[in-house]
Design a protein around this ligand. Structure first.
Ligand code: ZN
Ligand code: ZN
Length: 98
């Protein structure tokens, strides 16, 4: 399977956005990119959500689905250091957590 990818064009930023495997047929990559908080600027090129909100650049790669930035585990999920996106833990992770 060929997947599109975008990288942040800001200097020193390691952010990457990979086309989600769940992207519906016919939905443009740009739509998924924008939905993830990326911006496309004529002058600056692709800007990751972290850089566009002033919390970038991404200096360390990790598991963030939006920018591939490193994340920290919190009670409500894995929070990205950069774009602040929170990926909820799998439902069975906290079976007895109330
Ligand atoms: Zn960036
Ligand atoms: Zn992120």
């Amino acid at each position: 399977m060929i997947r599109d990818a975008a990288t942040c064009d800001r200097a020193n930023c390691l952010a990457i956005f990979l086309e989600p495997a769940t992207l519906p047929d016919g939905q443009p990559f740009e739509t998924a990119l924008a939905a993830a908080g990326w911006q496309l600027d004529d002058a600056a090129g692709h800007v990751c959500p972290g850089c566009s909100r002033g919390t970038g650049p991404v200096l360390e790669r990790g598991e963030c689905p939006r920018c591939c930035g490193s994340t920290v585990d919190r009670r409500d999920g894995a929070a990205c250091h950069y774009c602040k996106h929170v990926t909820p833990h799998p439902a069975d992770d906290y079976d007895n957590f109330d």
